[in-house]
Design a protein around this ligand. Structure first.
Ligand code: Q46
Ligand code: ZN
Length: 301
């Protein structure tokens, strides 16, 4: 690991990553052994590795798998669902499965195809659906922490994109720890945000975790993947650049840069009358508005 000027053998690497995870959980006040953690698992290496480490470290950490219904030729959802179920059963872990099609009568790509937001690509609709379900399951089942497996490459790429367009709103909100700001919202944490993707992948391979190798077909050609490539080029010439980029951003935030403008600080979040989740408008939230359109029958001309 050139970025840390550190080389480890297999045995020590398998100790190092969980120790570092524990250090970050404590350093950033993510959660303690008294909390009830819900881990969002996609079947990929990051989320399964996170679940495994939290479980082995004795945390109350149950899984949530959302079947998005992204199948097509790759059978991405079907494959990832099976991998998550096998992973949990082999370790006797508790988990919840939410099937979007069963619950909303349509898969994520089908919902997206009906909306303006998702016409070209379902990712924005997919994000909205996932956020809504994660929050709802955590809230209804009494979890007070929602953990995701985002790694440094994910966070740095998102920051890079947000910085290129100076997306103020996203820069204000981007954080590895998001405290609950509304009774309907669960505290969100990303315990792997300081690990390079190679580091979590190495752990998954060395500890023989079976995970889905294929990415979601809709991620192909995405801006995120392009930004990750650019940051990897930078990292190759300047080891540690990616980590520095993200940590310097967090430091700047701590010092008050990217803070909420004073006129917005007092703005209270409203509660969606349909689902109880927060919204900035005094009406139904974006998710409920979108699902309302899905429920109404298509008018054929
Ligand atoms: S948003 Fe887009 Fe991902 Fe949803 S449709 Fe696939 S690539 S899974 S993180
Ligand atoms: Zn709602």
């Amino acid at each position: 690991m050139r970025q840390h000027k550190l080389s480890l053998c297999k045995e020590h690497y398998l100790e190092w990553l969980p120790e570092q995870t524990e250090r970050f959980i404590q350093k950033y006040n993510m959660f303690t052994h008294k909390d009830k953690v819900l881990v969002a698992v996609s079947g990929g290496k990051d989320s399964l590795t996170l679940w495994e480490i939290l479980w082995k470290s004795g945390y109350v950490a149950d899984g949530l798998y959302i079947n998005l219904g992204i199948d097509g030729q790759t059978k991405y959802s079907e494959m990832s669902r099976q991998i998550v179920l096998d992973f949990a059963r082999e370790r006797a872990l508790r988990f919840t499965v939410v099937d979007v099609e069963e619950e909303f009568r349509e898969t994520v790509p089908q919902i997206a195809a009906r909306t303006l937001r998702g016409k070209a690509k379902p990712c924005s609709v997919c994000g909205l659906v996932k956020r809504h379900i994660m929050n709802r399951v955590a809230r209804d089942a009494g979890y007070n922490i929602l953990a995701t497996g985002h790694n440094l490459d994910d966070e740095a790429a998102a920051l890079f994109g947000n910085t290129l367009s100076w997306a103020k709103g996203y820069l204000i909100r981007q954080n590895p720890v998001l405290e609950s700001i509304h009774p309907g919202v669960i505290k969100k944490v990303k315990p792997f945000f300081r690990f390079y993707e190679r580091e979590t992948a190495a752990y998954a391979v060395l500890s023989r975790i079976t995970y889905v190798y294929d990415e979601c077909p809709y991620s192909i050609g995405s801006k995120t993947i392009y930004y990750k490539g650019l940051l990897n080029q930078l990292e190759a010439d300047r080891p540690g650049a990616k980590l520095h980029f993200f940590l310097a951003f967090l430091k700047a935030k701590k010092e008050g840069l990217f803070a909420q403008p004073p006129e917005k600080c007092g703005l209270e979040l409203k509660t969606c009358p349909v689902c109880g989740q927060p919204t900035t408008v005094p009406d139904t939230c974006a998710f409920c508005r979108m699902m309302d359109k899905v429920k109404s029958p298509t008018v054929k001309g």
